[in-house]
Design a protein around this ligand. Structure first.
Ligand SMILES: NC(=O)c1ccc[n+]([C@@H]2O[C@H](COP(=O)([O-])OP(=O)(O)OC[C@H]3O[C@@H](n4cnc5c(N)ncnc54)[C@H](OP(=O)(O)O)[C@@H]3O)[C@@H](O)[C@H]2O)c1
Length: 262
């Protein structure tokens, strides 16, 4: 992996993470692929080698498990095998009234969506700042823009990721290291099924595919953007929710998400 830049992508076994890995391989990166489904990661590694001559390391990690996250941190902090781009993409959502949801799953959601992301970002940034290059893309969501009733923990984790990443973007100015938050809208992946919201009645024109999200995010990252909201409709939604007070936007979000509940 000496000559090609290396990108570590969490949640590379499906959806947006898989699209990031594929796009990065096609633009000359080697990969470190992180997730729990090793069989899928190994199949992807083979595919990326065949299609793009990319070398991939497969790193099994359940990012709700602190010890497993520690292994990813060690890989990111390895000065002998520097990682040039960290894509903190792994994440999941839970749907329902918070009081009715199992607390353990909510805490795991915070562990995966927030704590693992913070640990991995910290592990990566030390070496990147020393080298004066590299960067981090953190995948949040347009759910970051307002409280999300019936998706309360998820929206809160993504609001954290957005605020945290934008703060780092400013802190890192002048270091040669970048940080960007990517806030996708409805994207056709396994996310909805895993969250139990596959019946959601969302019109076709609101959907993007994972490849579109990854391509736009990587383009905006190259441009040094702090925030990427892929697609004009998502950008308009984000602008709308930023403009109105949270008393309005949380009610609108409540109405939309209640439809998805049934
Ligand atoms: N799809 C959307 O509409 C949408 C919209 C906005 C934001 N997002 C965000 O986009 C990111 C990617 O989601 P996606 O849409 O691509 O969904 P997805 O197809 O379900 O992919 C999620 C990825 O995260 C990994 N993952 C989940 N839990 C994990 C854990 N405990 N440890 C390690 N890896 C874990 C999964 O791998 P394994 O199961 O193999 O571990 C999988 O590779 C998430 O952060 C999500 O919040 C999605």
């Amino acid at each position: 992996m000496a000559d090609r830049p290396v990108a570590l992508v969490t949640g590379a076994s499906s959806g947006i993470g898989l699209a990031f890995a594929t796009e990065l391989a096609s633009t000359g990166h080697d990969l470190v692929l992180v997730a729990r489904d090793v069989a899928r990661l190994e199949a992807l590694a083979k595919e990326l080698e065949g299609a793009h001559s990319a070398e991939s390391e497969v790193l099994f990690a359940d990012l709700t498990d602190e010890l497993a996250v520690h292994r990813v941190q060690e890989r990111l902090a390895d000065r002998e095998r520097p990682v040039d781009l960290l894509v903190n993409n792994a994440g999941f959502g839970t749907m329902g009234r918070f009081a009715d949801l199992p607390l353990e799953r909510e805490l795991q959601e915070i562990s995966c969506n927030v704590l693992a992301l913070v640990r991995c970002t910290h592990a990566a940034l030390g070496g990147m700042v020393e080298r004066g290059r590299g960067g981090v893309i953190n995948v949040a969501s347009i759910a970051a823009y307002q409280p999300t009733p019936l998706n309360a923990t998820y929206g809160a984790t993504k609001a954290y990721v957005s605020s945290f990443s934008q703060a780092l973007h400013e802190e890192l100015k002048g270091t040669g290291v970048k940080c960007m938050v990517c806030c996708p809208g409805f994207t056709r992946t396994e996310f909805q099924k895993r969250a139990g919201i596959d019946s959601v009645d969302v019109p076709d024109f609101l959907w993007q595919n994972a490849e579109q999200v990854a391509v736009i995010a990587l383009r905006d990252y190259e441009r040094g953007r702090a925030v990427c909201v892929p697609g004009p409709l998502n950008a308009a939604t984000a602008a709308f929710t930023s403009f109105f007070p949270s008393g309005v936007t949380r009610r609108v979000a409540g109405l939309v998400l209640r439809r998805a509940e049934h």
